[in-house]
Design a protein around this ligand. Structure first.
Ligand SMILES: C[S@@+](CC[C@H](N)C(=O)[O-])C[C@H]1O[C@@H](n2cnc3c(N)ncnc32)[C@H](O)[C@@H]1O
Length: 388
């Protein structure tokens, strides 16, 4: 076709062909394809996070995060009167950066632990399998009920619809093609009925003209999590939240934050904050008892100060400070506990507990540049001492 712009990524080409055939797509379908398309999706091909990737999550920032969640797991195990085996399920386990230090802590405390990882991305599953070699790790049986379920930054990777209120009615932002066959936003006359129902259940209507990212799959995700929790058990959902939902879509590409999800399709991360009110409402309907704290509170209750006092290297200190930064992940991420069959139990991560001094802690390798700098500095210092 003369004048048709070249697709910037294979996924963009695939989407343009699909839209040319079927007409504009809901943003939910575009985001789903961008993240999970079986060939071109971002997560389908992802091999890791952290410095060499596009964004960094708390477990990637410092292994103390997973180690401290190991203490939370121990607390759950004790509250359940030490079941054997103790079954942990991690949803969306990324590179295994949470599982590894969590089990480093728990292995000595709870020898009979089965740790199952539910991972949608084939490439990340193989990264996990290379990294997590212990016999306790499993990738089968993800539907078996677990005593402790953990999901860190997974619900914010669920695809969302983009909606907007016009003349008191909802419409949707779909993705179509403009006259040059480039991807562009198209506003529909009316939104699907599920959007109206979602906001009715919330007792909330967004202001006129405000774009809102709404995850119609969140309720089903919570129900699914509830089905996978034992008759007595605890789920811990840790994520960025927006309550009520708003325009919260973010993109990450090589550590650069953006907000245009229609560029670098399949090559950048896209996420939207989780609607805490809906999460809690559905959890209560599922007979789960909810409670929430900020990530910062969670980590301090699990003994963060002890870790901080013991790991004094500059690389460790910097990464640890970020985990509890009130203006960053420490304050912006919520930790939501969902309890079942444990009346009276107050999770250590929510209320604190006296922890024994840790025997061993995971730390980061010192930054190479910093180690070089320090050794040069030491040499210079020794030389000047000798000269005195
Ligand atoms: C933002 S990453 C977080 C990874 C990891 N939890 C961490 O904190 O480093 C989201 C993860 O959830 C996975 N994921 C997304 N949707 C999923 C689903 N429906 N089932 C299982 N895993 C899913 C992705 O492949 C990815 O591993």
């Amino acid at each position: 076709m003369a004048g048709t712009p070249v697709a910037a990524t294979p996924l963009e080409g695939w989407l343009r062909e699909r839209i040319a055939r079927e007409g504009p797509l809901s943003f939910r379908d575009v985001m789903h394809a961008a993240l999970y398309h079986p060939r071109f999706g971002y997560y389908t091909n992802l091999r890791g996070f952290g410095a060499s990737g596009d964004f960094i999550t708390s477990p990637e920032r410092h292994p103390a995060f997973g180690w401290l969640l190991g203490r939370q797991a121990l607390d759950v195990w004790e509250a359940l009167e030490r079941p054997r085996p103790f079954k942990i399920l991690e949803l969306g386990a990324g590179s295994g950066a949470l599982a590894e230090p969590l089990m480093l802590f728990l292995r000595d405390e709870v020898p009979d632990t089965v740790y199952t990882l539910d991972e949608v991305s084939p490439s990340l599953r193989s990264v996990q399998q290379e990294r997590l070699r212990g016999p306790e790790f499993r990738w089968q049986g993800v539907d078996e009920p677990a005593h402790f379920i953990v999901a860190n930054e997974v619900a914010d990777a669920l695809p969302v619809h983009r909606v907007v209120v016009r003349s008191r009615r909802f419409s949707e932002l779909h993705v179509g093609l403009d006259e040059h066959e480039r991807l562009s936003w198209v506003e529909t006359d009316a939104a699907r009925p599920e959007v109206e129902a979602y906001f009715e259940a919330l007792h909330y209507k967004p202001p006129e003209g405000q774009v809102v990212d709404v995850c119609l799959e969140l309720g089903e995700w919570v129900k699914n999590l509830s089905r996978r929790l034992e008759a007595r058990g605890v789920a811990l959902v840790i994520d960025y939240t927006a309550s009520p939902p708003r325009d919260s879509l973010l993109t990450y590409y090589r550590h650069t934050l953006g907000s245009d999800p229609l560029v670098r399709l399949g090559q950048q991360d896209i996420s939207a904050h989780v609607d805490l009110r809906t999460l809690v409402r559905v959890a209560i309907a599922e007979k789960l008892q909810p409670g929430a704290t900020a990530q910062r509170g969670l980590l301090f209750n699990l003994g963060f100060a002890q870790v901080q006092a013991r790991l004094k290297g500059p690389t460790d200190r910097q990464a640890l400070a970020r985990l509890v930064d009130p203006d960053g992940p420490g304050g912006q991420i919520a930790a939501v506990f969902l309890l079942r069959g444990l009346p009276g139990y107050r999770p250590a991560g929510a209320v604190g507990r006296d922890w024994p001094e840790p025997a061993r802690l995971p730390s980061l390798p010192p930054d190479q540049d910093e180690a070089d700098f320090l050794s040069q500095w030491r040499e210079a210092f020794t030389a000047s001492e000798e000269n005195c």
